[in-house]
Design a protein around this ligand. Sequence first.
Ligand code: FAD
Ligand code: NAP
Length: 544
Amino acid sequence: MTREENSAAQANGTAHFDAVIVGAGFAGMYMLHRLRALGLSVRVFETGDGVGGTWYWNRYPGARCDVESLEYQYGFSDDIQREWNWTERYAAQPEILRYQNYVADKLNLRKDIQFSTRVTSADYDARSGEWTVETDRGDRVQTRFCIMATGCLSAARVPDFPGVEDFDGETYHTGAWPHEGVDFTGKRVGVIGTGSSGVQSIPIIAEQAKHLTVFQRTANFTLPAGNRPLSKEEITASKETLLTDRQHARETAGGLICFEYNEALAEEMTPEAREKELRERWTQGGFAFLGSYGDIMATKEANDIAADFARAQMRSVIKDPAIVDILLPDDHPVGVKRLCLDTHYLETFNLPHVDIVDVRANPIERITKSGIVSGGREYEVDVIVFATGFDAMTGAILGVDITGRDGMKLRDKWAAGPRTYLGLGSAGFPNLFFITGPGSPSVLSNMIVSIEQHVDWITDCLSRLTSGNVRSIEATPDAEDEWVAHVNELASETLYPQANSWYMGANIPGKPRVFMPYTGGVNVYGEKLAEVAAADYEGFRLDA
Ligand code: FAD
Ligand code: NAP
């Protein structure tokens, strides 16, 4: 923006920033830190009244990470890693949120974040090369770069159940939990949904509730998390190797080093060796199980062996055979829906005051003043907990009315599914970036590793643009088409598309069924990002 344009904008009441970042979770916070260090003026807008994103919103009982705390933390600062001490193998939500607030304080981030403000629209003006960003608080700011750090799992969703507004009791969504908490003591509670949020919250809600009814549509594979306190020795040892560990994590497919993938194929192993591998990894807890052999996510035969093993473990915990039939997953390969890690989830269904209703067999028909109707029967409850998930990966991005070149709406462009180059940008939308956007490894990885990978790449890119007199960067349609085809082709070589998962958009009626994340791994993807940057942003058009 020229000085004259800037003065005119200020006279109009329109502030100007070099960059606007939407969202103040792990991604927005780190992006702000990096761009400030480049000397750019930056404004972050965040709907919530504090930092943290996922960990600000998801305060339901039992919420904790399922990537181990020692890996589920920022890796960019030796200082931060040395100062912060995690207490458990999988940190609970309050501890993660405390950590994020500690980082915000340490880096003095809040001064550039406007809280309680939702970005409603972003419009590109090709003449000025600027984006105009508007908010629900009446802000109107201009910016050269617009960065969507809006999160893959931040658009919480309550399904369209008829009668939901008639319910007389309390309702909560796990992804928008009240800050003051919820006391279920003496209440009849209905929980709808048995994904990770349901699996984590159900055992704790059951401890308090007078009666708990769980409404399950899809039975999920779930395995014991094996959570425990971290020892002083583990914490001290981890600090010796912090930076090399993070580098190593970036060189793995999942951005994780707490386990290694066994590369042998299932058929190359004896049944005894396979059983041993599966058992050891099951006992270890966490996602190690999915690394038991090389083709677990690639062929049905290999996957069936692991799925049978998992079902046998799950069956051994449940007492009532009728409940076994409902709780054991049998309609999708193991791992193609996000594997759930639990603490006493299955055991909860052995309790006399806990029931499960199979809403695959009898879908929820409606919600009444006093309960939930399924299969013609009303289940009376005082409280309904919607553990029903998110409009994942695209929901929060498309929640902003984004208009690019020639009036093109991102919503229209993505009507048949998201189209990006590298998950970072989309043709027709210059200087607009997505952090962990669709088409990148994102939700198939340790998200903080993927967030840092994107933030570092975007920072280098903006440094190149601002120091090299380049006005804009934009994915070319050809590069984007090729990338979308590549992402689809890789996914089709796996079992992932075989489940009705949120990875596919299948949890939202009417959402296009497209496998959204990149399945090639953080390591391979990182090499591609580096090659693109080294070739002066090949596949992007740079305009002076
Ligand atoms: P978020 O943390 O989602 O932050 C996005 C922010 O953008 C939100 O605060 C939101 O309010 C804001 N925002 C969105 N739209 C707008 C708008 N229009 N205007 C203003 N602000 C806006 N990943 C893992 O790797 N390991 C885990 O163990 C793990 N556990 C998880 C547990 C739960 C309960 C959930 C829901 C997700 C979990 N994830 C996990 C994924 C998690 O989302 C990421 O790890 C990470 O926290 C994402 O950070 P982010 O900054 O990209 O997005
Ligand atoms: P989710 O995995 O999408 O689960 C939503 C649940 O609600 C599913 O059981 C779903 O059934 C059910 N549901 C949705 N619509 C329904 C309807 N109309 N009728 C009946 N049931 C319905 O959402 P989530 O549990 O919030 O988890 C989302 C993701 O966030 C996870 O996969 C994970 O990546 C992350 N997460 C991680 C953790 C962790 O352990 N750290 C905790 C929570 C979340 P269907 O399966 O049939 O669609």
